[in-house]
Design a protein around this ligand. Structure first.
Ligand code: UDP
Length: 330
């Protein structure tokens, strides 16, 4: 029995493949390599192709015995989704429809879905729990919510069970030093701060210091990518026990401000990292912190690398050993 990981060559996907390899699972990866990197795959059988390509999905499901799918493949840039919503509906929503129909055709009944906290929009309360209102403020979050809802109806009609994992700010890199974060373009705070520490950027721009938070900068729940990977594997385990469909938040439950992240990065790297205050970025809520109680109780998930200093150290290890990401030194 194999696990199909769509988007398995991406940042969180490749760390999940690594976690599955640790358990000697048979792994099949589907990735179009638009954002993923072949070098990020430490094992598994790779099919280079697109979710919307009927032929490649047929080959995967006929050439392998797939019992569960972990679904990462999607576009995930909030800003881009506001400019090109059609791209997000096509790749994310239609791509997921193609996958679910193929799963139904081949009788595959389990899917773990890499969703997002962007499904909540502006939080009603902090920490956010799974019963809170979902009202996305951007097209990216809207497409992920549509994908979750599609899974619900495929469960109702066809008995395909899903676990949707909604999470916040993934950061850090694998402790083996071989895989890490390499986005083009990079938009996330931790890698950008570390690029500034490496001198690849002149400074870090802080997007607003007039929020209603203690130091005025936005607070986020940073979570180690390997802790996220573990949660995806636990979710597969849970579906294999015959559990019902569910949604879980994943976070550390503790928030850090942009200024705190920069401060910790200065300590970890020993570099000055100049910071410049700039205007707010559109669509940024002031505080996003998750309650992961449900995942802890029902999945038995325990984030093991939750210290922000540890998360940033692991990312720094990756950035210093791979200054051009997967582009060199592999
Ligand atoms: N941020 C920042 N400067 C940057 C990138 C991000 O000040 O160059 C802030 C951003 O406004 C947000 C936080 O850092 O408050 C985390 O942003 P990121 O893009 O990493 O993740 P998001 O919270 O948008 O998923």
């Amino acid at each position: 029995m194999a696990v199909l990981v769509t988007g398995g060559a991406g940042y969180i996907g490749s760390h999940t493949v690594a976690a599955l390899l640790d358990r000697d699972e048979e792994i099949v990866v589907l990735d179009n390599l638009q954002q993923g990197h072949k070098e990020a795959l430490l094992g598994g059988k790779l099919y280079v192709g697109d979710l919307r390509d009927d032929e490649v999905l047929d080959r995967i499901f006929t050439e392998n015995t797939i019992d569960a799918v972990i679904h990462f493949a999607a576009n995930s840039l909030v800003g881009e989704s506001m400019k090109q919503p059609g791209k997000y509906y096509h790749n994310n929503v239609y791509g997921t429809l193609c996958l679910l129909e193929k799963m139904n055709e081949y009788g595959v009944k389990k899917i773990v879905f890499s969703s997002t906290a962007a499904t909540y929009g502006e939080p009603e309360q902090v920490p956010i729990d799974e019963y809170d209102r979902t009202q996305p403020t951007n097209a990216y979050g809207e497409t992920k919510l549509a994908m979750e809802k599609m899974m619900h109806w495929f469960d109702t009609a066809h008995g395909i069970k899903f676990i949707a994992l909604r999470y916040f700010n993934a950061a850090g890199a694998h402790e083996n030093g071989k895989i890490g974060e390499d986005h083009q373009p990079e938009t996330h705070l931790v890698p950008i701060v570390l690029e500034a520490a490496l001198g690849k950027r002149p400074h870090i721009s802080v997007f607003g210091d007039d929020y209603d938070t203690p130091d005025g900068t936005c607070i986020r729940d940073y979570i180690h990518v390997s802790d996220l990977a573990d949660a995806h594997v636990l979710a597969v385990d849970r579906l294999r026990t015959g559990a019902d469909s569910a949604v879980y938040n994943l976070g550390n439950g503790q928030g850090f401000s942009v200024k705190e992240v920069i401060g910790i990065a200065r300590t970890v790297t020993g570099e000055a990292i100049p910071a410049i205050i700039e205007p707010r970025r559109a669509g940024d809520p002031a505080v996003l912190v998750a309650s992961s109680q449900r995942a802890r109780t029902e999945l038995g998930w325990e984030p093991r690398r939750s210290e922000l200093e540890h998360i940033i150290k692991s990312a720094w290890n990756w950035h210093t050993s791979h200054p051009d990401g997967y582009g060199d030194s592999m």
